[in-house]
Design a protein around this ligand. Structure first.
Ligand code: 7RM
Length: 655
């Protein structure tokens, strides 16, 4: 963990600074510096959101702000707009030469892309897609690393009304295949490869393996990035640079209904296959533009904003692409690993571009903490004025380290709680007015009705824990699970009725009404800020010929948050050994991706089950945590617990 002297220093700070006031200078210049915004939004949430939506460019105004037939909701009915017009044309008219992205490749190559250049590239690729037969309503998949062509492809889809489905470049071929097939995408945009820590991730190879089993795919567009030779299927495959070559640098924007789909993004749920979260046009853009501007206090003429997430996750969609571009922001986009070529990479980027805002995940902060504060200390980080955190609960020690050693003690830290489903930030400080408490995401964003319910659906009192819920619709909420509306209702709107959104997180409110997030209450794990379901990993394990049954749980880990522990029973004729454990871990990496590779695998003769045959995950979790087991007499096979416990003790440090 962090260096001893860092921790002592932070301990002392934690004692003194339980509450951190917004610095005077920050408050003076902040976009929001009057707390009345909360009362105003609470008084009339629809009027608040309509006012925000009014800042966008609409080709036809809406007739109705919101229509709610729980659990179904529509926003800005009758309104028409195009997302790419709001992200590009509006800014090309006002400030064509402003930088949209400072892009830095992992090997050290750089590109500066202005709003005009981005506009023209998007139009060219939009025309290319049309030429391939992509029309309004069609789905286009993307499987790329962090290259500018990824936002370009997303915006090109938005321009012509196609629905994009970005699949994180770290996912394996099968995961890509399933997502392409679920959405029945016509085209997939990929690359020859992606750079990661100096080596090449074989994107094209994976895409080829996936597409072999994707009957809907007509074309594979390939961005040349890593330059190695790749297999080619003529007629089907087309280089990105050939596709855009000679295309017009303008392209009429499809006029979209506010409720037309913008994108699908797959996320892990409690059971079954990943869910295709569907976001639409008007409400989503209103939500991300508003939260981006107010939470990050965006001054577009002067800020250099860096969200260090991957565009393959929702954080990248909302806060690298759509929110920042809608606000005319200058952003940094970095392709690679934080320790390539050395552990100073991020800080040299902050210094080079004079970043003013940095938004990242607690797992990254804890990694930097472990490396030590000498790395950020070697760089001039004085341009920074605001820091953000997202993806998992941030422990107060990591919060204070971030505040001290990255923010120099002068930058507010906004801990932002939200989900793929919510589309935009839901619980967060507003940096010009909120008194910060390290470890708390503080208060719901104006207009958001967050609450904490007990088992019966009553709001809990101060200091008590319960289920985090949202009691009123918001514009950027997902509209359904693609192709599975029943699951939308069942998963999110049945526990407390059709008018209450169940987030799947536990939370506690303190005496000031501040929210403290407690982690997932379902079978979703949060591994290094990546959302994974125990079920997906179990399915991958059971798919291996040696495996009879498996149960996956997590144990707390100081860096990645939750580490994956898999309990596995083998088929009777199979003898388990170290080599098989290695093979099983790799098997999961091949099926899902490296992010899902179990940290520990415990081979056992049996799994603890209830009398009705359900695997007792709670018990396994306790085993993984090294906790006491309590009463297990309801178990059908109680003796197995003892065995598992001793096995897992042996395995704990096997990485
Ligand atoms: C944005 C994103 C969502 C889950 C969510 C939480 C956890 C996210 C915070 C957080 C505590 C936070 N989307 N989570 N942000 N927990 N504090 N500030 O991460 O769909 O991939 O994950 O992430 O459990 O339900 S996500």
């Amino acid at each position: 963990m962090a260096k001893q002297e860092d921790l002592q220093h932070i301990d002392a700070l934690l004692e003194e600074l339980r509450v951190i006031e917004p610095p005077d200078e920050f408050r003076r210049n902040a976009i929001v510096n009057d707390p009345e915004i909360y009362a105003r939004a609470e008084d009339d949430p629809e009027a608040f959101w309509a006012e925000q939506a009014g800042k966008l460019r609409w080709s036809r105004p809406w007739d109705t702000v919101m229509e709610w037939k729980p659990p179904w909701v529509k926003w800005f009915l009758g309104g028409r707009l195009n997302v790419s017009v709001n992200c590009l044309d509006v800014h090309v008219e006002a400030h064509p030469d402003r930088v949209a992205y400072y892009w830095e490749g992992e090997p050290g190559d750089r590109r500066t892309i202005t709003y005009r250049e981005l506009y023209e590239e998007v139009c060219r690729f939009a025309n290319a897609l049309k030429g391939m037969g992509v029309a309004k309503g069609d789905r286009v998949a993307m499987y790329l690393g962090m290259v500018p062509e990824l936002p370009v492809a997303m915006l090109a889809c938005a321009r012509i009304g196609a629905t994009h489905s970005v699949v994180f470049g770290g996912f394996a071929a099968e995961a890509l295949r399933d997502r392409i097939n679920d959405a029945e995408a016509k085209v997939v945009v990929t690359g020859d490869g992606a750079w990661r820590r100096g080596s090449i991730v074989a994107l094209k190879e994976n895409a080829d393996a996936a597409v072999e089993q994707c009957p809907s795919i007509e074309h594979v567009v390939v961005v040349r990035r890593t330059g190695q030779e790749v297999a080619w299927s003529s007629g089907r495959d087309v280089w990105y640079h050939d596709a855009v070559d000679g295309q017009e640098a303008t392209c009429p924007a499809e006029e979209m209904d506010a409720e037309d789909p913008l994108y699908i993004l797959y996320t892990s749920g409690t059971t079954g296959k990943p869910k295709g979260i569907l976001h639409t046009t008007g409400g989503y853009l209103t939500g991300v533009a508003t939260t981006h501007r107010l939470v990050f206090d965006i001054h577009p003429e002067t800020d250099v904003y860096w969200c260090a997430a991957d565009v393959g996750w929702v954080t990248g969609h909302s806060y690298i692409v759509y929110g920042p571009l809608a606000n005319g922001t200058t952003s940094i986009m970095y392709e690679g690993a934080p320790d390539f070529p050395d552990k100073e990479r991020w800080w040299s980027i902050v210094e080079r571009y004079k970043a003013t805002i940095l938004y990242t995940a607690p797992t990254a902060i804890r990694t930097f903490m472990k490396w030590g504060h000498e790395y950020p200390a070697r760089h001039d980080l004085s341009s920074l004025r605001l820091l953000g955190s997202v993806g998992e609960p941030i422990n107060p020690e990591a919060w204070m380290w971030y505040f001290e050693y990255v923010g120099g003690g002068r930058c507010p830290v906004v801990d932002t709680w939200w989900q793929t489903e919510t589309g935009a930030i839901m619980i967060t400080p507003l940096p010009g007015i909120t008194r910060l408490k390290p470890g708390s995401a503080t208060r719901p964003f104006p207009g958001i009705a967050a609450d904490v319910f007990d088992e019966e659906g009553w709001p809990v009192g101060a200091g008590k824990g319960g289920y985090l819920v949202l009691r009123r619709p918001w514009p950027s909420q997902f509209r359904t699970i693609y192709g599975d509306p029943d699951r939308y209702v069942q998963n999110y709107f049945s526990r407390f009725g059709a008018d209450v959104y169940l987030a799947g997180d536990g939370a506690r409110r303190d005496e000031d009404g501040y929210f403290w997030l407690l982690g997932r209450i379902d079978d979703v794990m949060n591994v290094a800020g990546h959302r994974l379901s125990t079920y997906e990993i179990e399915s991958a394990l059971v798919d291996h010929p040696a495996v009879a049954e498996s149960a996956v749980v997590s144990r707390p880990d100081p860096v990645v948050g939750e580490a994956i522990v898999a309990f596995v029973t083998l088929k009777s004729e199979i003898h388990g050994d170290e080599a098989l454990i290695v093979e099983l871990r790799e098997h999961v990496a091949t099926k899902i991706g490296k992010i899902a590779r179990p940290h520990s695998i415990v081979l056992t003769d049996d799994l603890p089950k209830t009398r009705s045959g359900k695997i007792m995950r709670r018990l396994l979790r306790d085993v993984a945590h090294g906790r006491d087991l309590g009463d297990v007499t309801t178990l059908a096979n109680a003796e197995v617990v003892t065995t598992i416990r001793s096995l897992s003790a042996e395995r704990k440090d096997d990485e």
